[in-house]
Design a protein around this ligand. Structure first.
Ligand code: SF4
Ligand code: SF4
Length: 228
């Protein structure tokens, strides 16, 4: 099977399992100078491809913010659980086909332990960057990925594998979404002042707001503000 036909087979399998977004990035994208985070090659030396999987977050949970924070948080976690099952089954499928696969966490912190570095909040790799590299969207001023299909209303995970797959990257896609310049609604909406219109972000401010001020519930106001 060619790598493009194997990619199509895995796409069909992922959609059958319930994924609403599917894309593939070659791990070499993570060597680009524009990427400064940790790389999938750091935890899987043989990695060749990153499969990005997503499910859309129901609009009702976002529109009910800020009063419906509990419902929003629970809805997000339901998305995480859904992705975990889809990714697990896809990873097992890939291994039955003779390759290796492992699953990247959707959450930075969960069940009282941390997947991301507790101080810097850096993950082992950026799923958002993988999605951008796979051609699924561009970054917004809120530092989230604005996907073509679901805007910022998306929950994602990634499967890192040594299977050679067809890269979905689009070199003409801008890194920053072109509509943000005239908008900046998310900057005004952030109660923690975590990011600014000039592109800087202080992730600790966001994390402190959610984990301390909100007692662990998710905020989501930068997603609610986004018209995409
Ligand atoms: S989730 Fe809330 S606190 Fe965090 S960046 Fe978005 S608006 Fe700001
Ligand atoms: S709210 Fe506006 S500026 Fe912020 S990410 Fe969405 S489109 Fe871009």
């Amino acid at each position: 099977m060619t790598k493009d036909s194997y990619t199509s087979t895995l796409r069909a399998a992922a959609l059958e399992l319930g994924a609403e977004l599917f894309g593939v990035a070659d791990v070499r994208h993570f060597l680009s100078p524009e990427y400064t985070g940790n790389r999938p090659q750091d935890f899987m030396e043989s990695a060749r491809s990153v499969i990005v999987l997503g499910v859309a977050v129901p609009r009702g949970s976002i529109e009910s913010l800020p009063k419906g924070r509990a419902e929003y948080t629970n809805t997000l976690m339901a998305g995480t659980a859904t992705l975990r099952l889809i990714a697990f089954r896809l990873a097992r499928r890939i291994e039955r086909d003779g390759y290796r696969a492992t699953i990247v966490p959707t959450e930075g912190s969960e069940f009282g332990y941390w997947y991301a570095d507790r101080e810097t909040l850096m993950a082992d790799m950026s799923i958002k960057y993988a999605a951008y590299a796979a051609g699924l969207g561009s970054y917004g001023a809120n530092h989230l990925l604005i996907t073509d299909e679901f805007g910022t209303r998306i929950r994602m995970t990634a499967v890192v594998t040594d299977a050679p797959l067809g890269d979905g990257g689009d070199p003409s896609r801008p890194f920053l979404h072109e509509d943000c310049k005239e908008c900046m609604r998310c900057v005004a909406a952030c109660p923690a002042g975590a990011f600014t219109a000039d592109g800087t972000i202080d992730r600790k401010k966001c994390a402190d707001y959610m984990f301390h001020t909100l007692g662990g519930l998710r905020c989501g106001l930068c997603i609610q503000a986004c018209p995409k």
